[in-house]
Design a protein around this ligand. Structure first.
Ligand code: TXA
Ligand code: MG
Length: 318
């Protein structure tokens, strides 16, 4: 797998690779994505293959601009308000696919809807402008593993399975985009993420509905066990055993003898904690401790997304 620096040369090689149906991992403000031309069924099939992902799980199509995104779907007034407020940025909108939608059936897993996002990361934005087509991109990790926030994480998961990674340094948000479905008279939160519930509800001027519609989960990718490190996670820890590694928050688990300790944010800054989350889980997992004790993280703001990912990482595996 090649590693290209995200300058003009790297961008050109990446765009050319995508244009001929290849796979390129690239940075977004949330996590690294594994990109393919979203119009091309064969290219998209290679994403599922490289990730080892169940093919019923639909992908997000990334666009260069608001106008490009609007051309793909039918946006109701709530979707338009959210797009205007948060794009470019870490928000994904699920809307009915429009008559001119070019995102292929496989990327949409056969659904009549499409997930759209306009990322703000300068490298992602430049790449999308250059390639000029929607780019399907799930997080650039093997299915069920922790999402990558650096090019090195991508290489450790996908080397030998994809052509290249475009290296744009560490991502800044650190958790995936928030996913909101605008498919009926409600706006439904399918996945918490980089844009907080509070910020979205302020724009909508009403609470978000849950992702359940008639009992069916609207985000098919919402598997309970996901983002899984090898080590078992013990959440809400207020003490530490000597054989545990510690994922701390706000220096609340200091002073215990333990295998190792990393603090998501000693100053209790949830943005800093989100940006550090996946990288620190990988580092603690690499030490080989059987268990990671995780300090409580408040549920407000970005804490909702952080706690969601920690809960999935702690869920029993099959
Ligand atoms: O921040 C992010 O969103 C990253 C970066 C690379 O953009 N991407 C990402 O993609 O997290 P992925 O594939 O790991 O997660 C996409 C989620 C899945 O849970 C999938 O089920 C859901 O989006 N999704 C995609 N299309 C959908 C649709 N039409 N209806 C409902 N859920 C959909
Ligand atoms: Mg993912």
């Amino acid at each position: 797998m090649e590693r290209w620096t995200a300058g003009p040369d790297g961008l050109e090689k990446a765009a050319a690779t995508l244009a001929r149906g290849g796979l390129v991992a690239f940075p977004t403000e949330t996590v690294y994505g594994l990109g393919a031309d979203a119009r091309a069924g064969e290219a998209v099939a290679r994403i599922y293959e490289a990730k080892g992902r169940p093919s019923f799980n639909p992908l997000i199509a990334h666009l260069a601009s608001l106008d490009d995104a609007l051309a793909q779907g039918n946006f109701d007034p709530a979707a338009l308000r959210l797009a205007a407020a948060f794009w470019p940025g870490p928000l994904t909108l699920v809307v009915p696919a429009g008559p001119a939608c070019t995102v292929c059936d496989l990327a949409r897993a056969g659904l009549p809807t499409v997930a759209l996002r306009v990322p703000s990361h300068p490298v992602a934005a430049a790449l999308l402008r250059q390639v000029g087509v929607p780019v399907a991109a799930p997080s650039a990790n093997r299915s069920g593993r922790i999402s990558p926030t650096t090019a090195a994480h991508v290489a450790s998961d996908l080397a030998g399975r994809v052509e290249a990674v475009l290296d744009g340094g560490a991502t800044t948000v650190g958790v995936e985009s928030t996913i909101v479905a605008c498919l009926d008279d409600q706006s439904r939160l399918l996945r918490s993420g980089g844009v907080t519930r509070e910020a979205i509800e302020a724009i909508l001027d009403r609470p978000l509905a849950s992702g359940l519609q008639g009992g069916a989960l609207l985000a098919p990718g919402g598997l309970a066990s996901h983002y899984a490190p090898r080590a078992a996670l013990r959440l809400g820890a207020t003490t530490v055993a000597g054989d545990e590694a510690v994922l701390d928050f706000g220096a609340s688990l200091t002073g215990y003898p333990c295998v190792d300790r990393l603090d998501l944010s000693p100053a209790r800054d949830l943005r800093e904690a989100a940006a550090n989350l996946f990288g620190y889980l990988r580092r603690l997992d690499a030490i080989g401790a059987a268990r990671i004790a995780v300090a409580p993280v408040p549920e407000a703001g970005l804490g909702e997304a952080i706690n969601d990912r920690l809960g999935r990482a702690a869920a029993p595996r099959d």
